[in-house]
Write a protein that binds this ligand. Structure first.
Ligand code: SF4
Ligand code: SF4
Length: 76
């Protein structure tokens, strides 16, 4: 199933956990910084399946994952 990860750059602290956990390498760390000075994560490519692993591991709760229905998927 196709999905989409939406990352709130201003909440992100650039820990990289979401980059590591994504099985489809669909997230990368930006070369830009947010207002707090962190290099934030951002979606890249079109390989998101909506598995929500990134949202599950994010300690800052900065990621929301949507499926094709556009309903948010809350991590368990
Ligand atoms: S929902 Fe899954 S496939 Fe999509 S960006 Fe997050 S970890 Fe990667
Ligand atoms: S897991 Fe969360 S805080 Fe860490 S890089 Fe990804 S979006 Fe940013």
């Amino acid at each position: 199933m196709a999905g989409k990860a939406k990352i709130d750059a201003e909440r992100c602290k650039g820990c990289g956990l979401c980059v590591e956990v994504c099985p489809n390498k669909n997230i990368e760390i930006s070369q830009d910084t947010n207002k707090m000075g962190y290099f934030f994560a951002e979606p890249c490519g079109n390989g998101c399946t909506g598995c929500a692993l990134c949202a599950l591991v994010c300690p800052e709760v900065a990621i929301e994952v949507y499926h094709e229905t556009t309903q948010p998927t809350a991590p368990d």
